[in-house]
Design a protein around this ligand. Structure first.
Ligand code: CTP
Ligand code: MG
Length: 243
């Protein structure tokens, strides 16, 4: 069954600070979104990429993708063997992903959801997720062990106030999850129709349906560009790749 990737790229990037929408900020001279699309299109499994653009930026994103398409007669809307579509996004990441799913043609039975804000994910991670879905898991997340110990706290009313610690989950059993997350399309669509509360990743919606979610090894370079220091790290990773 053909595999499509939905790339939510409609966020503002508030934590990165003022400027263009995060997905359109440059990394080594190229917009973060273009790095992310290339990373997914690098997988021989992925034949369609749906980019969910900032609500007022769909036309700009479409021309950006066309401008970065492979030269040599590549038709508009495709990068070599990978086609792309652009749709406008929504208020929340969840809504943006749903708008991307709504645009998927019927033949795609497997869907990857990948943050534009994870521009440097290696193709090996993409392929490992696709293979685990094809092996029968309804939902797959790339995940890494944590370096820091994690505490659950009672959040303070005012920022900066001390927060009582409530619990300390055993670190060895915790994982930090990344994207692309991979899904049986029907399971993900049903999750988006059923779950109404706000969540921070797609797999947790499928968990709420009672379906099995499995974790496969993630990759350090699939980190999310969230705060200014992450831009420093991303530039350093790209410089190391050019060596
Ligand atoms: N996203 C989206 N639509 C939204 C919000 C987020 O498509 N309404 C996307 C972002 O563009 C990003 C991914 O979801 O690729 C992960 O979100 P995050 O890292 O939180 O990005 P932003 O929401 O843009 O950043 P911030 O939360 O700092 O504003
Ligand atoms: Mg956000």
């Amino acid at each position: 069954t053909p595999v499509a990737a939905v790339i939510p790229a409609a966020g503002r990037g508030v934590r990165l600070g003022p400027g263009a929408p995060k997905a359109l900020r440059a990394l080594s001279g190229t917009p973060m979104l273009i790095h992310a699309v290339r990373a997914l299109a690098a997988s021989r499994h992925v034949s369609l990429v749906v980019v969910v653009a900032p609500p007022d930026g769909a036309a700009e994103v479409k021309s950006l993708l066309d401008a970065h398409a492979l030269p040599g007669g590549t038709p508009s809307g495709s990068w070599g063997r990978t086609d792309f579509l652009v749709v406008p996004g929504g208020e929340s990441r969840q809504e943006s992903v749903r708008l991307g799913l709504d645009a998927l043609p019927p033949q795609y039975g497997v869907v990857l959801v990948h943050d534009a804000a994870r521009p440097l994910v290696p193709v090996e991670t993409v392929d490992a997720v696709v293979e685990a879905v094809r092996d029968g898991a309804p939902a797959v997340v790339p995940a890494l062990p944590l370096a820091d110990t994690v505490k659950e706290v009672e959040p303070a009313a005012a920022a900066g106030d001390p927060e009582p610690v409530v619990a300390t989950p055993e670190r060895a059993r915790l994982r930090a999850v990344q994207t692309p997350q991979g899904f049986d399309r029907a399971a993900l669509v049903r999750a988006h129709e059923t779950v109404t509360e706000n969540v921070t990743d797609d797999a947790s919606m499928v968990e709420q349906l009672g379906l099995t979610v499995v974790a496969v090894p993630g990759h350090e370079e699939a980190f999310k560009v969230t705060r200014p220091l992450d831009l420093v790290l991303a530039e350093a990773v790209l410089a190391r790749r050019r060596l």
